[in-house]
Design a protein around this ligand. Structure first.
Ligand code: SF4
Length: 119
């Protein structure tokens, strides 16, 4: 092996190692991000009633406890819940509905918000 080849190979090995070190975390992050919307990912948090977006759409984890005096709940009925809402996109486990109103989080099947529409 010539010196030039060794240097070339050394650079290549170093470059590969540096590249691998840089790419692996990104790949893992990318996988985690992709799996963040997968049904099996239980790390996705549930929406809380106190969440700012939840407050903006009058979301409550229990449709039976939606405040009747909330103007956003003027058309609310206890039969309306995330489990029968058109915006629900299936579940990722018991008690967890995927909802387009709360991307990256999950809502309760018994929840409700003012975006509800019959599914
Ligand atoms: S849009 Fe539908 S599924 Fe999403 S939180 Fe509101 S009621 Fe629940």
């Amino acid at each position: 092996m010539s010196k030039n080849t060794a240097i070339k190979n050394g650079i290549t090995r170093r470059t590969l190692l540096q590249s691998a070190a840089a790419v692996v975390p990104v790949s893992l992050t990318g996988c985690a991000s992709l799996s963040g919307d997968s049904p099996a990912d239980d790390r996705i948090p549930l929406v809380r009633n106190s969440d700012p977006v939840a407050l903006a759409v009058a979301y409550h984890t229990d449709t039976r406890e939606v405040a009747a005096d909330n103007p956003l709940a003027a058309t609310h009925d206890v039969s309306q819940k995330c489990a029968n809402c058109i915006h629900g996109r299936g579940t990722d486990g018991p008690g967890r509905i995927v909802c387009g109103t709360f991307p990256g989080r999950r809502v309760s099947p018994n929840g409700w918000c003012s975006v509800w529409a019959q599914g």
